[in-house]
Design a protein around this ligand. Structure first.
Ligand SMILES: C[S@@+](CC[C@H](N)C(=O)[O-])C[C@H]1O[C@@H](n2cnc3c(N)ncnc32)[C@H](O)[C@@H]1O
Length: 342
């Protein structure tokens, strides 16, 4: 079975890295068939199809995921579409939408929507519903290639909008955008029921996203106000399985090892480092994290570009397995690093 993924174009590397991490977390075996700007196609066994809704629900840097029903190169689309058993796919009502991921295609999107819509109508007798269709048929035009498929389930942009930091009961400047927080959680490959720690939890932005995907949430902060605020925000988001306490990230008082860590330590700009040089605070915290993470656990950490990650990791046997750079403004680039013990 072929699955097509339409990534967000907000970042050049995060969508693919997040997709690969969530596929691994959901135990989905796959092979990339195509990776290009605006379109990724993967191949996976048919029997894994029921796992896809969970995969789709977790992703933050993806617009859409659909199962490919027809894949043509150099024409034949109408012929193939006319003989396709649409009655197996379309019930009640449907919508056909066309997207060009490449300016190279000569096909006209509107004409194609009408043509495919007409073929499906003749074959199934189902009605068109453009507002909230029961079956959403996505068609992607990429040069001389056309992919037609049914959308697995839609990715809720509403969630990321409604959970924006200033809309939560406890707000403090320096909170991370929920989309990036979700992506960082995903990059750790944490599974449902596993534990995820944020030892610099602030207002709980990362922990909210971890809780939503079903991880057991553990968080700490040096500041009592943040500890109480995080609890309030988690409860507001319906997350009740959490352990939140006051602690210095340099000496974490945990008796059980954790499966994953995702964290955004203070840069000393909007969030305080408590007077400590950020390089030292980070380095000492990493030593503490190395002692409480499981052997195969992953850490996803955000750091400012001016800190040397190799110096931050001194005294630990963490190695960097991937890195992504996000330009925030002229003088700050955030570096998202994924680490594991060597
Ligand atoms: C950048 S904020 C975290 C923001 C968080 N990701 C959010 O979305 O709200 C960093 C947090 O680290 C905390 N902090 C500073 N020094 C610390 C230390 N030594 N141990 C634990 N937390 C510390 C600060 O109180 C602050 O809440």
């Amino acid at each position: 079975m072929e699955i097509a993924v339409i990534p967000s174009l907000e970042h050049p590397t995060l969508p693919q890295a997040e997709l690969e991490s969530v596929l691994a977390a959901e135990n989905i075996k796959y092979r990339f068939k195509k990776v290009k700007c605006g379109l990724m196609v993967i191949e996976m066994p048919d029997k894994l199809f029921p796992k896809l809704p969970n995969l789709v629900r977790r992703l933050s840097f993806t617009h859409e995921v659909f199962r490919v029903l027809l894949h043509t190169v150099n024409g034949e689309l109408e012929e193939r579409a006319s003989s396709y058993p649409w009655e197996d796919i379309v019930q009640d009502n449907y919508a056909v939408r066309v997207k060009k991921v490449d300016s190279g295609s000569d096909l006209n999107s509107l004409d194609l929507e009408k043509k495919l819509g007409g073929i499906i109508k003749r074959r199934t007798g189902a009605g068109v519903n453009l507002e909230s269709p029961h079956t959403f048929i996505r068609t992607v035009l990429n040069h001389d290639e056309v992919l037609v498929g049914d959308r697995v389930s839609s990715i809720s942009k509403k969630h990321f909008f409604e959970l924006k930091p200033h809309k939560r009961p406890f707000f403090y400047p320096g909170s991370m955008h929920p989309k990036l927080a979700r992506c960082m959680v995903n990059l750790t490959r944490v599974k449902r029921g596993e534990s995820l720690l944020d030892p610099f939890c602030g207002t709980g932005g990362i922990l909210i996203e971890a809780g939503i995907i079903g991880a057991r949430v553990i968080g700490s902060d040096l500041d009592y106000k943040m500890v109480e605020g995080t609890k309030e925000n988690l409860i507001h988001c319906g997350i009740t399985d959490f352990q939140i306490f006051r602690a210095d990230a340099r000496s974490l008082p945990l008796s059980e090892p954790v499966d994953a860590v995702a964290t955004d330590p203070p840069y000393g700009i909007s969030a305080s480092t408590g007077g400590e040089k950020s390089q030292d605070l980070y380095q000492q915290s990493m030593v503490s994290i190395a002692q409480i993470i499981k052997e195969d656990g992953r850490v996803c950490i955000a750091t400012p570009h001016y800190l040397d990650i190799q110096e931050v990791l001194e005294g630990t046997n963490f190695e960097v397995i991937e890195q992504h750079h996000i330009r925030m403004h002229k003088s700050l680039t955030r570096v998202i690093s994924v680490l594991k013990l060597a």
